[in-house]
Design a protein around this ligand. Structure first.
Ligand code: C2G
Length: 152
């Protein structure tokens, strides 16, 4: 069985996240996803809208994802690759070259990012809407989350 692993924050889950996870899953038979914990996000300089639990639940609900693990630090990749007998480490091209040291343990692939969408841009456009719209959006997102939980 060929195992693929990747890592990310996956906040405000969007089509760019879905596309990379689906493409990575197609490279093997099992996809393991390390979702950054809230504490690790602080180290990464990221403040996510959704908590780790919510972000992990959404990623875990995807049919292309087989296992979600917490990503607590930069150093755990080597241990994870050995623990899960990973054949391929993959991540978006915005990280091109950053994880080449893992080539001594497994194949390393950088896949093209989906252009014109990012969580940062989503946050910027969301911050332009008024408070009432935000609560309406939150209600909508909460019902999506409840649906995901109901499907679990
Ligand atoms: N991504 C993408 N296209 C986008 C946005 C994101 O392909 N438009 C990919 C990224 O390249 C990454 C994954 O989606 O592979 C998750 O992106 P983020 O949630 O932004 O995660 P990041 O901050 O890149 O964390 O140790 C690795 C880090 O945890 C990666």
């Amino acid at each position: 069985m060929k195992t693929v692993i990747t890592y990310g924050t996956f906040d405000l889950f969007h089509i760019g996240h879905l596309r990379i996870l689906e493409r990575l899953r197609q490279l093997g038979d099992r996809l393991v996803v390390g979702v950054s914990t809230d504490e690790f996000n602080s180290i990464k300089g990221k403040q996510s809208i959704y908590s780790y639990q919510e972000r992990a639940a959404i990623v875990e609900a995807l049919s292309c994802v087989d296992l979600v693990i917490p990503e607590d630090n930069w150093q755990q990749k080597q241990q994870d690759i050995q623990h899960y007998t990973v054949d391929i480490f993959g991540i978006g091209s915005d990280w091109q070259g950053k994880f080449d040291e893992l080539e001594s343990l497994c194949q390393v692939v950088y896949l093209p990012r989906t252009p014109t969408i990012s969580t940062t841009e989503l946050k910027k456009s969301l911050s332009k809407v008024d408070a009432q719209s935000i609560s309406q959006i939150k209600q909508g997102l909460d019902s999506v989350l409840n649906l995901v939980k109901a499907l679990e």
